[in-house]
Design a protein around this ligand. Structure first.
Ligand SMILES: Cc1ncc(COP(=O)(O)O)c(C=O)c1O
Length: 374
């Protein structure tokens, strides 16, 4: 927290606008929309809720197909199942670790042949970096299929100068506790279509029809963000740019510390945009550095340092057994190898230099003595 959140929460308490809704919700929506340069935003209880309602906007229903990035957190695809639809997973490309245009194109060619065109494509901007949206959007536009941009991990990043989350027709952000800014829990759906946003607000408040009595003609959800959490979000938004700078500085220190370490390859920053470096991630090649990513995780864990593997691709998840998957090229699944070799290092905006040095030293010691380190 930056400090101003408490003032804003106090304001919410004093005015007795705690829940549901209230002036902070409206202001948070306006401020976020203006920050990323879209016409409007709907504040929701989570990023997952935002993806769910985005799918409803695309009229995704039972039996429909939705294409989705495979290298992501499960929340990108769970809502596809909520709607009774079928996900088809698309691999990453090596430049940004995000959706591969080549794999997407092949998925569309097959879908056209088999008459199973998707109702939408969920393109994820992973680990603070935008996907290569221009070629991806051009493919989707050619097939006339709308895009949901899941920028839950990438608020503050840009693609060709434009904010991540604003390139697809519908954008999604998350303010979950681990995100670059947080409301404890929360999400936002952004769009340039005011009617779509009205519909999202309607569904997220139990689809209450405009009548004095409680009348409902459509399924709805309790998905709105509370006024107190929106107050936190407003305070956090003010320090978003500082947070991005802090995360990028953390990345720079790791990259500098391991610049001569053979076998450590940091997630590249693709030339088409600016990454927030939400998490510092790298791949570890044991044949060059003597340790696997899993062994390094163990070494760090023994020292009470919490690091994480890279997301296990969704096409490898037991939940999604049996759904189709399109690798980057026929003999090369990029996401499988990122999962096998990937490592996310401690990257919190408040990580001190001393704490970061401890992480670096711990890894360097393990690399010097690979057998003792295990
Ligand atoms: C890529 C991605 N999509 C969606 C979500 C879901 O957001 P939330 O946790 O706010 O539901 C997350 C994170 O949690 C995420 O990392």
């Amino acid at each position: 927290m930056s400090g101003t959140e408490l003032e804003l929460i106090t304001e919410a308490f004093k005015s007795n606008w705690v829940a549901p809704l209230g002036p902070h919700v409206d202001a948070f929506e306006r401020e976020l929309a203006s920050y990323v340069g879209v016409k409007g935003a709907a504040a929701l209880s989570s990023g997952t809720a935002a993806i769910h309602l985005a799918l409803r906007l695309l009229d995704v229903g039972p039996g429909d197909v939705v294409f989705c990035s495979t290298l992501t957190f499960i929340a990108s695809a769970n809502p596809i199942l909520y709607q009774g639809a079928k996900p088809v997973f698309i691999d990453s490309e090596p430049t940004s670790w995000n959706m591969s245009p080549a794999a997407l194109e092949r998925a569309f060619i097959d879908a056209q042949k088999t008459g199973t065109m998707p109702k939408g494509v969920v393109i994820v901007d992973i680990y603070g970096q935008s996907a290569d949206m221009a070629p991806l959007l051009s493919i989707c536009n050619r097939y006339g299929v709308p895009v949901i941009e899941d920028a839950a991990e990438s608020l503050g990043a840009t693609y060709q100068g434009k904010p991540s989350g604003t390139l697809g027709g519908i954008g999604v952000y998350s303010f979950n506790g681990n995100k670059i800014i947080t409301t404890a829990g929360g999400g936002m759906l952004v769009s340039n279509n005011p009617e779509a946003l009205e519909k999202v607000r309607f569904w997220s408040t139990q689809s209450r029809d405009p009548a004095r009595h409680y009348q409902h003609s459509e399924v709805g959800y309790n998905y709105r963000l509370s006024n107190v959490l929106a107050a936190i979000g407003r305070g956090q938004l003010r320090v978003l740019e500082e947070r991005v700078k802090a995360r990028r500085a953390i990345f720079e220190r790791y990259a500098e510390a391991f610049s001569n370490t053979d076998g450590f390859d940091f997630m590249p920053e693709a030339p088409f945009g600016t990454s927030t470096r939400w998490l510092t991630t790298l791949t570890v090649s044991p044949e060059r550095c003597g340790l696997t990513a899993a062994q390094l995780l163990d070494v760090l864990s023994v020292q009470h340092i919490e690091a994480r593997p890279v997301w296990k691709p969704l096409h490898l998840q037991p939940l999604f057994n049996g759904y189709n998957y399109y690798p980057h090229d026929l003999n090369n699944s990029v996401s499988d190898s990122l999962f096998e070799r990937g490592l996310c290092l401690p990257s919190g905006s408040s990580l001190t230099e001393g704490e970061q040095n401890r992480v670096i030293e711990c890894i360097k010691t393990a690399l010097r003595f690979p057998y003792r380190g295990r």
